[in-house]
Write a protein that binds this ligand. Sequence first.
Ligand SMILES: [Zn+2]
Length: 375
Amino acid sequence: MRFAEITGHEDLKKVLVSMAESGRVPHAMLFYENEGCGALALALAFVQYLDCTGRHDGDSCGECPSCRKISRLIHPDLNFVYPTATAIKSDSQTRSASDLSLGLWRELVLSNPYFLENGLYRTLGIEKKSGTIAVSEAKSILEKMSYSAVEDGYKTFIVWLPEKMNAEAGNRLLKMVEEPPEKTLFIFITHAPEKVLQTIFSRCQSLRIPPQPKEDVARALVKLGTDGRTAEVYAGISGGSIGKALAAISGQEEEAEFMRLFSDLTAAALSKDLMAALDVGERIAALDSREKQKAFCNFAGDCVRKIFMLQQNMPQIAWLSPEERGFFTDTAKRAGQGFCRKALGYLDKAAALIDRNVNAKIVFCDLVNRMFLSV
Ligand SMILES: [Zn+2]
């Protein structure tokens, strides 16, 4: 990634460039930010600049062999450590959990370097667990440091969220962070500097990555493909975080998609159109991850609860927005009294089967068929 690809943060880019030009690059740096404000993007642009053989106009060239490898995150001397679940076991002394899920990490960073912490857990399929950086990660860093750099430039370790590192891992790393071999660079990126082990924190030169002005967030969103009006709205409520704005936009899109599926399903069931209901089942099964399929089950469960509250004459606790009132009131009138209780059971069961890796097509065709029969 080149500095030019990052919207805003012009002052910070200058600081980083002058650090590199003066040859006074600290061996351990700590970037701290509110999540989604661009610290990882800046770290990657900085590393690319440091190793670039064709720097010009305060930026890396983007074309030399080193730039090409760093921009695709495949440079042999660029290493990443990030929180994972303890369930992901390292398979040997040399491959830590971060190494094992490197493919997923790369895909995530390349598609959106502003991702949030729960975006990583979602990608790794550990959404419900809390990630940690275990001692095996520290061992793996030490091992990698014992080899000399494959190429001529820096050997870099980007540690994302060092606040998730346990004390044992931190202590193992300490000496290396204190006195690393020549041309080694640690960049720690934290969302909670007060939780980073004090011994690590005190050895780093820290750099605050501030929230971005609304205009910069909006410009970045447009560059990433959001239309101008949506970008403006979400830039205004993002707290200066491109990552939070992107997550809110995709959450809204996901919710709209789930709502379409749920309303198509109830419409098919109420009009006794089995083929249309089965078609919805296939669309649910085609949602692009098991996490998303389960999220649909939760979403549909909430919808069914709203219908139930309306049927019980308790609209005040159905929490309906003005836009959804018409749909839910109509469905509550037309669905039978026993529908909600049965539907909730079916949805819970479908989510549990998906969790156990049962074929999604079978699960959701069965689900829509049962919903069809019980409405
Ligand atoms: Zn270059």
